[in-house]
Design a protein. Structure first.
Length: 330
């Protein structure tokens, strides 16, 4: 009977006008998105057979959830669960649209803005933003320490601090007696009070350590400050004793090389000083700086509290992590 209905549906496609064909394509596309999301979530359940509540491996199929995900009943504690139970995407009502947003974030093309993607998916922009924060938590919890060897290049790039959403000035103006003035001036103060823009922002640049080797290993890491001791402490577990370190003349790199007897080549930024001994340079990390700037520019300065998420997002995009792998890691 089902085969007969499908055959009759396919035969009816010849009688559709262009508008009806477009509507049918939209409907089939939506159904395909839902089925792909269900397959990815159920693949996660097939890999992990244990009950998320008691760890028992005995289970039986127990219908489906309202989002059409296979539900199971534990043979031990008798509780029901699905592939999303206990995961970061456990309470998302539209897993099909979440997969579309995840592919937009981790795909080959540049990610869209929150507002543009919300218009495309016909969702509220705050929903897309919450999903993006969920992806940050997924890729952040699945991070793996990079292993470097051979010729290692290191340098820092900088990101201006942003306090979007902090409301610190609002709270100060509401109760100036008890809440002190925030240390950083408001943007409008640079024009109304005659403050110099670059001088006011120079102390608010956040360093981001970038490390690369000739084997393809890459790392971005936000540092709390620009002190040499901080750079040395961050680089210490990354550089093996037989590696060759290439960097600028920063005190942190010099101290690290002197303390552990590393072969260290210092390169400059002016023509004629960018390459030492014919092959030692930091062009790979400079390329990472350019990639970071191109990636972060459309976001108009992300809030500093979310900066680690953006850095990790760039790392997984650079590493080519697939959306399906990110779902399984949740």
């Amino acid at each position: 009977m089902l085969h007969h209905d499908i055959r009759r549906f396919l035969d009816a496609l010849d009688d559709l006008n262009p508008a009806q064909i477009e509507d049918a394509q939209t409907k089939i596309r939506d159904l395909r998105q839902k089925s792909e999301a269900i397959l990815e979530i159920e693949a996660r359940t097939k890999q992990e057979h244990k009950c998320p509540f008691c760890g028992d491996k005995r289970r039986q199929k127990w219908g489906r959830t309202r989002t059409k995900i296979q539900r199971y009943r534990c043979g031990g504690c008798q509780k029901t669960y699905s592939g999303r139970t206990g995961s970061a995407i456990g309470r998302i009502y539209r897993p099909d649209l979440f997969m579309v947003a995840l592919r937009d974030m981790l795909g080959a093309s540049a990610p869209q803005s929150v507002r543009k993607l919300a218009r495309e998916l016909k969702l509220n922009k705050y929903t897309i933003w919450r999903w993006r924060m969920i992806v940050f938590s997924i890729v952040g919890s699945s991070s793996v320490a990079a292993s470097f060897s051979g010729i290692i290049e290191a340098d820092e790039t900088y990101q201006r601090e942003s306090r979007k959403g902090s409301c610190e000035w609002v709270r100060h103006f509401a109760d100036p007696q008890n809440i002190p003035k925030p240390p950083r001036p408001r943007w409008e103060d640079f024009t109304t009070q005659g403050l110099k823009m670059m001088r006011g922002l120079s102390r608010w640049q956040l360093p981001i350590l970038t490390v690369a080797d000739r084997g393809g290993a890459r790392l971005f890491r936000r540092l709390p400050d620009r002190k040499g001791v901080t750079v040395e402490r961050a680089m210490k577990p990354l550089v093996p004793g037989d590696a060759v370190l290439c960097s600028d003349g920063g005190n942190g790199y010099r101290s690290l090389a002197a303390a552990y007897g590393l072969e260290h080549f210092v390169v400059g930024s002016k023509p004629g000083t960018r390459v030492a001994a014919g092959c030692y340079h930091i062009q790979n990390v400079n390329s990472l700086h350019a990639r970071y700037g191109k990636f972060i520019e459309p976001f108009c300065g992300p809030a500093t509290k979310n900066l680690n998420g953006y850095i990790r997002w760039l790392e997984v995009r650079t590493a080519g992590v697939r959306p399906a792998d990110a779902i399984r890691a949740s």
